[in-house]
Design a protein around this ligand. Structure first.
Ligand code: ATP
Length: 355
């Protein structure tokens, strides 16, 4: 097992910079998510950690040792690809044993390791089956078995569940997470699915255009998005953002936006004179019959225990998550209150949050 430290990691492909100086630490035994939209540099980062791509500059330390320029074969990292390339002519047992056999391990040790891994994965009953007739889930388990069996320092996974349908994907995600909880092996996992990252990760790095936007626990990232990009990318529906007309000036005790009074600790000197954006999650908006700040109900989306109400406000569209037994009528005007202690405040110019 291993701690992996990334320092100012950069990757250029000709004149294009795919990763622009990332820094973060992957703790020993963590399930660590690299999250971001397509093309943001997640896979390139993962490949650099595994040694499949060499960085243009910056450092990768595994357990304190600088491995930045070492080939993959000298890093002791297992890579689990999206398309599981199993050997079709070998049965499950031989597929799992393959990495050990090719290392020249004695037969008895190979057998013991395969038995142990198949017990962990719950696939003892299919050991003698061919891999071509296996279900998607079992193929996934065999591929994992092959990665686990050689006991690497860390696992790299690039959208391993990407090819599965939604229901099955959720099941496999739970299984992977449970497996990780048992083994506690450092795992770096690439995904563009924010929900998957939130559900599975101990820590998340959110990337955009080759830049690390934020690094933290799922809760830190959800509750305190560091940038407007993260506010928009995390959460479904995402955080509402309301743009102020004026700016905060010295002597103002609070900002007033329509009927919203903001007297939060975020209103510090650094916010002076800046154009501000207020962020509020849909679940922190309450509908009331009175209230100074008003919106008009445009639509309601029923989700079972809650419903998502879309409203028009003087500052643009806004979504509220309210209990589904709240009766709403399209076209009605309602008062809106925001939970002051859960608001975020961003600099409209830089997109960064005031903390
Ligand atoms: P996706 O989810 O679509 O795979 P990603 O976040 O994993 O996206 P990367 O695969 O890391 O993104 O790619 C980041 C950028 O670098 C992309 O614009 C991609 O086209 C570019 N890129 C990646 N590998 C190379 C390469 N070998 N040569 C040139 N450009 C590359």
């Amino acid at each position: 097992m291993a701690e992996i430290v990334i320092r100012n990691l950069r990757k250029e492909f000709g004149s294009f910079t795919a990763v622009k100086g990332s820094s973060f630490t992957i703790g020993d035994g963590e399930f660590f998510m690299l999250l971001g939209p397509s093309g943001c540099g997640k896979t390139t980062t993962l490949r650099m950690i595994a040694g499949l791509e060499l960085p243009t500059s910056g450092e990768i330390l595994i357990d304190g040792e600088d491995v930045s320029q070492r080939p993959a074969s000298q890093r002791d990292i297992a890579f689990v690809f999206q398309m599981f390339a199993l050997y079709p002519h070998l049965n499950v047992r031989r597929n799992i044993a393959y990495p050990l056999v090719s290392q020249g391990l004695p037969r008895a040790q190979v057998q013991a390791k395969v038995a142990e891994v198949s017990r962990i994965l719950g696939i003892e009953h299919i050991l003698d089956k061919g891999v071509s007739g296996l279900s998607g889930g079992d193929r996934q388990r065999v591929a994992l078995g092959r990665a686990i069996v050689r006991n690497p320092k860390a696992f790299m996974m690039d959208e391993p569940l990407g090819a599965l349908d939604a229901e099955f994907r959720e099941h496999m995600a739970e299984e992977l997470r449970a497996l990780h909880d048992r083994m506690r092996a450092t795992t770096v996992y690439v995904t563009h699915d924010q929900l998957e990252a939130m559900q599975m990760g101990d820590k998340i790095v959110v990337m955009n255009h080759g830049v690390v936007e934020q690094f933290g626990t799922p809760q830190e990232i959800y509750d305190h998005p560091a940038t407007l990009f993260v506010a928009d990318f995390i959460g479904s529906p995402s955080m509402n953002t309301l743009h102020f007309e004026g700016s905060f000036t010295r002597g103002d005790a609070r900002i007033t936006l329509g009927g919203i009074d903001i007297a939060t600790p975020q209103l510090r000197e650094e916010a002076l004179g800046r154009k501000l954006v207020l962020g509020v999650r849909p679940e922190h908006v309450t509908l009331s019959d009175d209230g100074a700040y008003r919106g008009r109900i445009e639509a309601a989306e029923y989700l079972g225990t809650t419903q998502i109400i879309t409203l028009s406000t003087p500052h643009g569209a806004l979504k509220a998550r309210v209990p589904s037994d709240r009766v709403v009528r399209t076209g009605d005007a309602v008062g809106l209150t925001f939970r002051a202690e859960r608001l975020s405040l961003f600099d409209a110019g830089t997109g960064r949050a005031f903390r």
